[in-house]
Design a protein around this ligand. Structure first.
Ligand code: A3P
Ligand code: MG
Ligand code: MG
Ligand code: MG
Length: 308
């Protein structure tokens, strides 16, 4: 089989196209002005943009890969028609120009699970912090996050240029495309964490690490981008609030450039189709070159216990 036609690479290539389309849908809904906000739970909002972006991504991927396991954040009623121009079935050709790493060349469809967060950073989206918004599509093989797409529909939107938005994709063994990798500054320790889902446990984990600076921003996708672009050294979230769709794509992309994401006890998450959705052990993600285990050792035991 030619490497360019490996299923994993084609799914990533299709996910880039679908994420870009979803980003355009998100922008159009915000521009139209009716967000249709629904409260799913305490401090847990959903907008028409979340719902529409998910329908676009799931319809687009399942049209091309009818037997693929796709798990999305939002509940979806299958009998609602998806507008035909939301269904995109072409692959991003630049992805297919790459050689698929040998270990992923022969993966059958049934071993793959795709985790979809159609809009990460919903809280910030509703408050106009648009740079924090991402579309996340993660690809897991046998429970491991191996590839993914982070699309940022409003990247650079404050600049006067007409071309804003960007798409980052990555695959372990291949690397990451769509941004410039940068190391965070030496001699200081910058941590990023939640902006809208904090509590006393979240704060006490941060306190225990004595960071020089804490960047409180929205979304798991955006926080991992801060790590990749050298704005922060670690993403620390001592809460069970994040779910598998929040971390699958960011974890794979971070891993592809030498970073790491685990729970706060250092245990990796499984992305199998049968797993529980919550990342109940919290989230620690570290940039390339940061001593992940050293940070784990500084998280107090009572916090680790509370998150088990
Ligand atoms: N306590 C909580 N309840 C519900 N969702 C939570 C949560 N804590 C974190 N999350 C989810 O985890 C993602 C990252 O959170 P945060 O921005 O606070 O770091 C968000 O995804 P969504 O915006 O896709 O729902 C958010 O909803
Ligand atoms: Mg949500
Ligand atoms: Mg999310
Ligand atoms: Mg979401």
């Amino acid at each position: 089989m030619a490497s360019s036609s490996s299923l994993v690479l084609r799914i990533i290539a299709s996910s880039v196209t679908a994420a870009n389309r979803a980003g355009k849908i998100i922008r159009d809904i915000l521009t139209a002005g009716d967000l249709g906000i629904v409260e799913k739970g305490k401090n847990d909002l959903q907008t028409e943009a979340d719902r529409a972006a998910q329908r676009c991504i799931v319809a687009s991927l399942s049209r091309q890969y009818p037997n693929l396991n796709i798990i999305g954040e939002e509940e979806q009623t299958s009998n609602v028609e998806v507008p035909s121009d939301w269904v995109v079935t072409d692959c991003e050709q630049s992805v297919l120009l790459n050689e698929c790493p040998p270990e992923y060349q022969q993966i059958p469809e049934e071993d793959i699970v795709v985790w979809v967060d159609p809009l990460d950073g919903t809280s910030e989206f509703t408050q106009g912090l648009l740079e924090h918004v991402t579309v996340l599509i993660g690809v897991a093989v046998k429970g491991k996050a191996i590839g993914g797409v982070i699309h940022q529909p409003y990247y650079n939107y404050k600049s006067n240029s007409n071309s804003f938005g960007r798409t980052i994709w990555g695959l372990i063994g291949l690397g990451v495309e769509g941004l410039v990798l940068q190391a965070a500054p030496l001699g200081t320790f910058i941590v990023t964490t939640t902006r809208s889902h904090s509590n006393t446990l979240v704060t006490s984990a941060l306190d225990a690490l004595h960071p020089d600076e804490v960047l409180r921003v929205g979304g798991a996708g955006y926080k991992v981008l801060l790590l990749i672009e050298g704005k922060a050294h670690a993403y620390v979230f001592a809460s069970a609030g994040c779910k598998k769709w929040d971390t699958c794509a960011p974890e794979a992309i971070l891993n592809a450039i030498g970073g790491k994401l685990t729970n706060l006890s250092g245990v990796p998450y499984s992305y199998d189709k049968d797993v529980q959705f919550p990342n109940s052990g919290g989230v620690l993600a570290t940039a390339k070159g940061i001593d992940h285990d050293d940070i784990i050792s500084k998280i107090p035991q009572n916090i680790k216990e509370a998150l088990k």
